[in-house]
Design a protein around this ligand. Structure first.
Ligand code: GAP
Length: 451
């Protein structure tokens, strides 16, 4: 097994197999913006579903919310985003390119790409200016004073402003959490590295409200929980680490932040952030809205809870899963590319293949098994082309199992099941396939690429 994964290989496979396409391609493309194809959608659904299962469905102390994308503009004043959600920018008057002042060493000069901006005599850089990352829009037909609004740059604020509503319906006392999944938008200056940094992405955030004196304990708890979630879904231990931010690196609201980092082909980078936001957000919204956002207990106990927040995007998880799963190997004389994805993350759980696509009997058997399995699983039927090519296509989209209907099936009602990773084949009776698949999905899974 090789580990020569590059971002180019991931981009090319994603495109070839219909996971992700560059957006607006027929109009010449829209840099760093992507559209998801069929397998990309299926994989995103799995990531979303498994996050929701761990964060909401399997817990008694977390409820869900789906707030609006365009919120009252004052929300972003209170949150500090209008004043503080900025990057320092530098323009080059010679090559007309724009750079992040704090990332010059990661950028390339427009005239001499082997140099960094400012390193050639021709470079003529401006002083840094602050640039706000929020996308602005206008609400209503008239562009008049007061109609200016923003697309949300994080889902978190939709949770804080609903704290009072949610506290009532959830009938909970801290510690308890509110989780949200939805699109966020940032006018990133230096988007790139495929889906890693894009201008619109789907965030999965959970705000966990706790008594202030328990904040440190819950902060550590959520770092462990989230790290274990990545391990459970197959990311290799050697590619994961936790990095604690120094005080100078933290966001304006944070009392402590740790990144769960993954070793992407671009190096160790943030996959998910876990922050102790203190009482910053509830206090700010109380001040700006004049609605008291606090917890009042039965024996007149009253306090503003602290907030622990695990926050990640589906896009960053998807890149990490694809990178971790990508493999090339030679089998017999043939090279194959295979995505060794956790079976629950794979877009297609099983393929159902008649060995001979022109055999009416095999097709009928395979279609009947397919109709049975599709009611509960993401399965795919394919009868076109040579069986070897069909297997390789399934390997490339990461399908863990293929059930093949052959001559013997017609005699004894059994099929072969082929394992994507080991290539081992066994025979099972058709009436047992459904249970076999249910059991296989529940087995512990470790990446065959090692730890
Ligand atoms: N509410 C806190 C917050 O938004 P953040 O560190 O700015 O914190 C949280 O973002 C997570 O959202 C990141 O860890 C990353 O997974 C994801 N994310 C942020 N910006 C992104 C971008 N431009 N493209 C893709 N994912 C992004």
């Amino acid at each position: 097994m090789s580990d020569a994964v590059t971002m180019d290989k991931i981009v090319s496979l994603s495109r070839r197999r219909g996971f992700v396409f560059p957006s607006s391609e027929i109009y010449g493309g829209m840099g760093s913006t992507f559209d998801f194809g069929h397998y990309g959608v299926l994989m995103k659904n799995n990531i979303r579903e498994l996050w929701f299962e761990a964060m909401v469905r399997n817990r008694d102390d977390i409820v869900a919310i789906d707030s609006a994308v365009i919120l009252h503009p004052k929300v972003w004043e209170a949150s500090g985003h209008v004043a503080g959600f900025t990057d320092p920018l530098i323009d080059c008057r010679t090559c007309k390119l724009r750079f992040r002042a704090d990332k010059l060493e990661d950028s390339n000069c427009g005239l001499k790409p082997s140099k960094h901006p400012g390193e050639t005599p021709e470079c003529d850089l401006t002083e840094p200016r602050r640039f706000n990352l929020m996308f602005e829009t206008t609400v209503g037909a008239l562009q008049e004073e007061g109609s200016r609004a923003f697309l949300r740059p994080e889902t978190a604020q939709g949770i804080f402003i609903n704290f009072k509503n949610m506290l009532q319906i959830a009938r909970r006392k801290p510690p308890f959490g509110i989780a949200q999944i939805g699109k966020s938008f940032r006018n990133e200056i230096t988007p790139g590295n495929f889906l890693f940094r894009v201008r619109e992405f789907e965030q999965m955030e959970m705000e966990f409200f706790v008594p202030p004196d328990e904040a440190e304990k819950w902060y550590r708890y959520w770092i462990d929980e989230r790290l274990n979630w990545y391990r459970r879904y197959g990311l290799r231990d050697s590619k994961l680490r936790v990095r604690e931010h120094g005080p100078e690196e933290r966001s304006h609201y944070s009392q402590g932040t740790s990144d769960i980092e993954y070793e992407y082909p671009i190096g160790w980078s943030e996959l998910e952030g876990i922050a102790n936001r203190g009482d910053f957000d509830l206090t700010q919204h109380t001040e700006y809205s004049t609605t008291k956002l606090e917890y009042v207990g039965q024996d007149s106990e009253r306090y503003v809870p602290y907030v622990i927040e695990p926050a990640v995007s589906i896009e960053r998880i998807m890149v990490a899963l694809l990178v971790d799963a990508y493999d090339e190997e030679v089998v017999g004389e043939r090279e194959r590319t295979v995505l060794r994805l956790h079976p629950k993350m794979a877009p297609v759980t099983a393929a159902i293949l008649p060995l001979i696509g022109k055999s009416d009997d095999m097709v009928a058997k395979a279609r009947s098994l397919y109709e049975d399995l599709r009611r509960r699983h993401s399965v795919e039927y394919d009868d076109s082309g040579a069986i070897g090519r069909r297997y390789r296509r399934q390997d490339e989209i990461g399908t863990p199992w293929a059930f093949t209907v052959d001559e013997q099936t017609l005699a004894d009602d059994t099929v072969t099941v082929r394992d994507r990773d080991s290539l081992a084949q066994e025979r099972i009776a058709i009436p047992e396939v459904r249970d076999w698949l249910d059991d296989a999905l529940e087995r512990d899974w470790k990446s065959p690429k090692g730890s």
